[in-house]
Design a protein around this ligand. Structure first.
Ligand SMILES: [Zn+2]
Length: 285
């Protein structure tokens, strides 16, 4: 049984604002348990969280054993102030603050470091992102600093150029990775970076009416094409659904993502290999 390599236990797949608000005055244990139970019911025994700003994934890690789940968390994701990432973590303004956050995560028991280095898909306009990514120098600094602290790095990253920077800086995993072009896919396939293409938060929007289906389909087809190509090149591709995101419920999201990956021609053997890499590398040093 494949695990879930990208989830946010703080969210519920329905409305992130309401879900996050539950934890505003301390973590809501009931909500965390409900999501852990969804994994248990689906027979999923490995979950890697993408972080949150309210301690939900930290509590999930404490409780996960009761549900037979090996749970890995960065506790919170780290983003540059003024850029995307506030919904899943904490901001920094300068390098000293970034280093302090890496130290804080490590001291508080994070299994790895999660960084946010680009915007996200603009779902209403295929092929575009909500903002530009960070500079190569900044990305190298972020990944290098985490590695120096002995921590693996999960990088939220979209856009061809930004993905190239992240791969070159040896990010341990690349999350989403939209719009990578052939040269970048080749570079990916020659690297140790695991790609988690997260089809579900795109594909599950089809028919929901919030965004034009035509635009969603273009983004989904593009990602399918690039994943197919990466798999042919021998890149390491893993299963992570971004569960908790809109229309991606915990438990069901993992099954949805598996179906998308199959459609993109990724064999289960490859997914198991990627998960093995993640299990080995994304744990406390
Ligand atoms: Zn995520």
């Amino acid at each position: 049984m494949l695990g879930e390599c990208h989830a946010h236990v703080i969210m519920d797949g329905v409305n992130y604002k309401n879900a996050v608000a539950l934890h505003k005055n301390g973590v809501c244990e009931e909500a965390v348990r409900k999501n852990l139970k969804a994994y248990q019911d689906a027979g999923i025994t490995f979950v890697r969280d993408g972080g949150d700003a309210h301690g939900a994934s930290a509590l999930a890690k404490e409780l996960a054993g009761e549900y037979g789940i090996d749970y890995r968390t960065p506790l919170f994701a780290i983003h540059k102030r003024g850029h995307y990432g506030g919904i899943v973590g904490l901001p920094y303004d300068n390098r000293q603050e970034y280093r302090d956050l890496v130290r804080k995560a490590k001291e508080e028991g994070a299994d790895f470091i999660k960084i946010m280095i680009s915007g996200l898909l603009d779902f209403a306009h295929a092929g575009t992102l909500t903002e530009e990514g960070l500079t190569e120098e900044e990305i190298q600094y972020m990944i290098g600093t985490a590695h120096d602290a002995g921590m693996a790095v999960m990088a939220h990253c979209n856009g061809d150029e930004t993905c190239r920077y992240a791969i070159r800086a040896e990010a341990d995993s690349l999350e989403h990775g939209a719009f990578m072009e052939d040269e970048t896919l080749l570079m990916l396939s020659e690297s140790r970076t695991v790609w988690i293409p997260t089809f579900s938060p795109i594909g599950n929007l089809l028919g929901c009416g919030r965004f034009p289906d035509e635009e969603i389909k273009k983004n989904l087809d593009g990602q399918m094409r690039r994943v197919r190509k990466a798999a042919e090149l021998g890149a390491c591709i893993g299963l992570g659904s971004d569960a908790g995101a809109y229309l991606v419920p915990h438990g069901k999201g993992t099954a949805d993502e598996h179906a998308y990956l199959r459609r993109a021609g990724v064999p289960d053997g490859l997914l198991h290999e990627a998960e093995e890499q993640i299990r080995l590398r994304f744990k406390r040093p």
